[in-house]
Design a protein around this ligand. Sequence first.
Ligand SMILES: [Fe+2]
Ligand SMILES: [Fe+2]
Length: 232
Amino acid sequence: MQSPGESRDDAPLPGHDTQARQQDARDAKPEGLQSLSEIYDDARVKLEGRLTQYRLLHSLSVADIADLMANVYEVDPEYARLAGLLHDWDKNYSDDELVARAELFNIELPDDTRNMAALLHAQTGACAVAREYPRLPPEILQAISRHTSAAPDMSELDMILYVADMIEPLRSAPSLQLLRSLAGNVPLEELFIKCFQSTLEHLIRRHRYIHPGSLAVWNTYAAKERARNRKG
Ligand SMILES: [Fe+2]
Ligand SMILES: [Fe+2]
């Protein structure tokens, strides 16, 4: 798989060939990127060199849905749109490259990394865009870093990105119809839990590995739901 271009990382990456370095030079960060809309426009162009056509369209679709959801759930829509655009910044790297990038960014690798290397694109992507765009708010970086495995203390922006990534219209799984119908009609946390549950069910049905951290996230929200039901 061709590695996406990268402009500000400090060390060469596996598979980072001459062509990629030339792309790096073209991607060199222009001076004066101040506003989030300037960052959006710059990133939109750079992503054409980093992602496949389908993944670029997916990212734009996630940005649109995250913006819509943010307006409904009263979260900053500009943050949501930008998080949506940037969330798969590192998605085109291979598993080996992602492990190398995680080491480059000093991301702590769990013992079971080999079972879930693909998920690392969330954390490495957050680190990479933080270098690329130093003015990005930490809330956006956190949402990007949590969009694969989630976390026990998801912010509203984190939840919007997680859900938007799952229900954006280019995804075709039949099970998404119900989740889409819930968007805007149930509280955001309930929608997130339903999406997270759907992810876990999908993994179990396909006999796929589930990261222990994901089970911890599930247990946290299941306990919260139980407590709410007891009170109600
Ligand atoms: Fe992703
Ligand atoms: Fe995605």
